[in-house]
Design a protein around this ligand. Structure first.
Ligand SMILES: C[S@@+](CC[C@H](N)C(=O)[O-])C[C@H]1O[C@@H](n2cnc3c(N)ncnc32)[C@H](O)[C@@H]1O
Length: 198
């Protein structure tokens, strides 16, 4: 059994995909990144906090032949993921200690898991270690300051307090303070669309 400080994902894994706003679309940043590479077959993609695997399963169609790896701490979530795609490697592990070789990925993504990671600077260091120069990290997350009305926070107000503490400033400022060495160029998008929240 694996417990997040906020949610027991092993427990909710069988119900997770029943939430209608879970994205099942190709990562919008991926096609542009692949276009810069000669062949998607030579590309390695890692999704951190991959949950039930929807992002990687969707990405498969945009990057046929690529090596796809999903990492999550919850075995329950990974079991759901594995039932969707056997060709993707589903790895149980902690984002803070990625069990991969230095420079072994080209494109790392993480959707709506960052607020769970206690040591955000440490996660970014771990991500930059597995990426090479010129590679890409795409991070998507809610902004706790701007999401006070989110349904989940209404049911679990203690989670909102924890997230506000972890994201002590505006997201752009927080990212700047966490990024450390490794982040060369940072592009920033905001979206208030409810469908992009988790
Ligand atoms: C809100 S879910 C998001 C899942 C998926 N990315 C999505 O968008 O549907 C957060 C995920 O982060 C995982 N997680 C939380 N802390 C983690 C950690 N330290 N290392 C790896 N995964 C973690 C949880 O098990 C859970 O599957």
């Amino acid at each position: 059994m694996n417990r997040s400080p906020r949610v027991n994902y092993d427990e909710i894994a069988p119900l997770y995909d029943s939430q209608p706003y879970r994205s099942r679309a190709v990562d919008a940043e991926l096609p542009a990144f692949l276009a810069e590479h000669a062949s998607s077959e030579a590309v390695s993609l890692l999704d951190i906090g991959c949950g039930t695997g929807n992002q990687l399963v969707a990405n498969q169609s945009a990057a046929p032949g690529a090596r796809l790896v999903g990492l999550d701490r919850s075995l329950g979530m990974l079991r759901q993921a594995a039932s969707k795609a056997r060709a993707i490697a589903w790895v149980q592990g902690d984002a803070a200690a990625l069990p991969f070789q230095t420079g072994s990925f080209d494109f790392v993504s993480s959707q709506y898991a960052f607020h769970h990671f206690p040591d955000k600077a440490g996660i970014l260091r771990a991500v930059f270690r597995v990426l090479g120069p010129g590679d890409r990290f795409v991070l998507r997350n809610l902004c706790p300051r701007e999401s006070a009305d989110w349904l989940y926070y209404r049911y679990f107000p203690e989670a909102h307090i924890a997230d506000l503490h972890d994201f002590s400033g505006r997201p752009r400022r927080s990212l700047r303070s966490w990024k450390g060495p490794g982040l060369r160029r940072c592009r920033w998008h905001t979206s208030m669309s409810a469908s992009s929240r988790t």
